[in-house]
Design a protein around this ligand. Structure first.
Ligand code: HEM
Length: 147
C-alpha cells in the first residue's frame, strides 16, 4: 500500500470507529429507563425486595399492617413501570388520594427511600440507574406527605 493511501485510510478508520461507537451509545441512551434497568424481571425483583424490607422494618411497617400485599405489589409494579417509561399505564388512584390521611411524615418518606435503595442494591440495579429512578420518585414527595 502506498504511503498516501495509508495516510488516507487512518482518518477513514477513525471516522468509522467514532460513528459506530456513537451509534452504540445513542442506542443505549435512547432506551427507556425500564429497559436499561432490566425490564419486568428486575422491576418485579425490586418490588418483592422492597416489600420484604418493609415487612422487616420497625419504622414504617405499621403503615402497611392492613394492606393487601398482592394488590400493593401489583399496583406498585405498574406504577414504577410507568414512572420508568415502561410499557405500563398506571390507572390506579392518584398518589395524593392514596396517601392522604396516612400521616406520612418527611422522616417516613425518607425511610421508605432508604428501603428502596437497599432493595435496588439487592436487585442488582446499577448505581446510576438507581439515581435515575429515585430522581423520578423524589418529586412525588409533596403528593405523599399529606398530613
Ligand atoms: C415515592 C414513594 C412512593 C410511591 C411511588 C408509592 C406508591 C404507592 C402505590 C402505587 C400504591 C398503591 C398500591 C395499592 O393499590 O395497594 C401505594 C399504596 C400505599 N402506600 Fe405508597 N408510595 C410511596 C411512598 C409511601 C410512603 C413513604 C408510605 C408510608 C411510609 C406509603 C404507604 C403506602 C400504603 C400503606 C399503601 C397501601 C394502601 C392500601 O393498602 O390500600 N407509601 N403507594
Amino acid at each position: 500500500m502506498s504511503k498516501v493511501r495509508f495516510m488516507l485510510l487512518i482518518p477513514i478508520l477513525l471516522l468509522c470507529w467514532s460513528c459506530s461507537s456513537h451509534s452504540l451509545l445513542d442506542r443505549d441512551s435512547n432506551q427507556t429507563l425500564f429497559n436499561r434497568i432490566g425490564g419486568q424481571p428486575v422491576l418485579e425483583k425490586l418490588v418483592n425486595n422492597l416489600v420484604k424490607n418493609i415487612g422487616q422494618d420497625d419504622v414504617i411497617f405499621h403503615f402497611f399492617a392492613d394492606s393487601n400485599v398482592t394488590r400493593f405489589k401489583d399496583n406498585l409494579y405498574i406504577h414504577l413501570c410507568s414512572v420508568a417509561d415502561g410499557p405500563c399505564h398506571y390507572g390506579g388512584d392518584s398518589m395524593v388520594d392514596i396517601h392522604t390521611g396516612m400521616n406520612i411524615r418527611e422522616g417516613d418518606f425518607n425511610h421508605l427511600v432508604e428501603l428502596m435503595i437497599t432493595a435496588m442494591e439487592s436487585s442488582g440495579i446499577a448505581y446510576p440507574l438507581q439515581n435515575e429512578l429515585l430522581s423520578r420518585l423524589v418529586p412525588l414527595r409533596n403528593e405523599i406527605i399529606k398530613i
